[in-house]
Design a protein around this ligand. Structure first.
Ligand code: FE2
Length: 377
């Protein structure tokens, strides 16, 4: 009886979820110097080099380094020739995210179903093969110049994708305990948030999880609005931000000005032990936003009991928030390139499924201090 019920429920779910996702497959950055970026992620963030494509593997126009930590896979790509699309992307946006790749069982169907619902095609389903098997990839456009690539790899056993060879670095990196991508946030232009939320709902079958308006997220100067969309199983979550009217320039506007359009603002990566992860990251040179001591004076009243020692969290400047289901610990890096664009969030969830709303004010005041230093407030 119960099995029958589950069967029908599953069938119904499969019928309604036209874009089943297994999670994030990889995140590809277009950068000015992939060799150096790859070493930055190995040395500072504890990733390990696992694959490479470039002249040595028969790719003449680019070099790509694939670094991995548990389930998180980043690809750093640079052009080897002038005038390429990679160069144009870097020229306009600086170093930034080009591809948010999604792991699927059927990349052809993912492409067809999303195109049917209004997606703009970037890459028709294409079979790639080498001695380790075959992969099917397809791509559609999302906000700005960012792309979603569907990756079907059930018949593949290689290091990354055909065209790449397994690689190892001379540099011995050690993991800092990062586990998986928790969410990836997009910044879009003023008035564009609802359009992109609708895109994820209509074209990709995502559901709206949470809405933050400018009353939730405003400081004396800066304001923004945000909506979080999630796929059916919750493995893929995309908050979308747009600037809101404040006394001075919103941090989202600063991003849009320097990125010259919409793009990925931050990638949140999950850890099971944020104290260990953040102390390692700090030791290795990763810079974080600073929240003043006063934040910790009344934080315990707000969040109640937590398992960690507050002094330890304070020492590392880690933020705390609670929702109905539990609490979370989080911290935000400074931008990881010279333009004030992409940054990372490190998050440890202890039951909480939210995004740290209780920390927004303290956090945004901290961002504004940095904005002021850059002369952009
Ligand atoms: Fe976040």
């Amino acid at each position: 009886m119960r099995n029958d019920y589950l069967y029908r429920l599953n069938k119904k779910y499969m019928a309604t979820d036209f874009l089943p996702l297994n999670g994030t497959d990889y995140i590809e950055f277009y950068v000015g110097n992939a060799k150096q970026s790859a070493l930055y992620y190995q040395h500072c963030f504890g990733f390990e080099l696992v694959a490479y494509a470039g002249p040595e593997t028969g790719v003449r126009d680019r070099a790509s380094y694939v670094v991995q930590q548990h389930k998180i896979r980043l690809v750093l790509t640079s052009s080897l020739v002038p005038g390429s699309d990679i160069n144009k992307h870097v020229d306009k946006h600086g170093d930034g995210v080009k591809v948010l790749a999604l792991w699927v069982d059927d990349a052809t169907r993912s492409f067809q179903e999303t195109l049917l619902r209004g997606a703009v095609a970037v890459q028709e389903p294409k079979k790639l093969a080498d001695e380790f098997g075959e992969v099917v990839v397809s791509s559609i456009q999302t906000y700005g110049d960012t792309v979603h690539t569907f990756v079907e790899r059930k018949n593949y056993k290689g290091a990354f994708l055909p065209g790449y060879k397994a690689a190892k670095s001379q540099f011995k990196s050690t993991s800092v305990g990062l586990r998986h991508v928790d969410h990836c946030v997009g910044n879009v232009e003023l008035g564009q948030m609802n359009k992109w939320v609708k895109f994820y709902e209509d074209v990709m079958g995502f559901k709206l999880l949470i809405t933050f308006d400018d009353k939730d997220i405003s400081t004396e100067y800066s304001a923004l609005m945000s909506k979080v969309v999630s796929n059916g199983n919750g493995y893929v979550k995309f908050p979308i931000n747009e600037p809101a009217q404040g006394k001075k320039k919103s941090q989202i506007e600063e991003y849009i000005d320097f990125y010259h359009g919409a793009g990925v603002q931050h990638i949140a990566v999950a850890t099971d032990d944020i104290l260990h992860t953040v102390s390692e990251l700090r030791k290795r040179g990763v810079e974080f936003l600073h929240v003043p001591e006063v934040y910790y004076e009344d934080v315990m009243k707000r969040v109640g009991h937590i398992n960690e020692d507050l002094e330890e969290l304070k020492k590392l400047n880690i933020l705390i928030d609670r929702d109905e289901e539990g609490y979370l610990l989080q911290i935000f890096s400074k931008p990881v390139q010279d333009r004030p664009t992409l940054f990372f969030e490190i998050i440890e969830r202890n039951g909480a499924k939210s995004f740290g709303k209780g920390n927004f004010k303290a956090l945004f005041e901290s961002i504004e201090r940095e904005q002021a230093l850059r002369g952009n407030l």
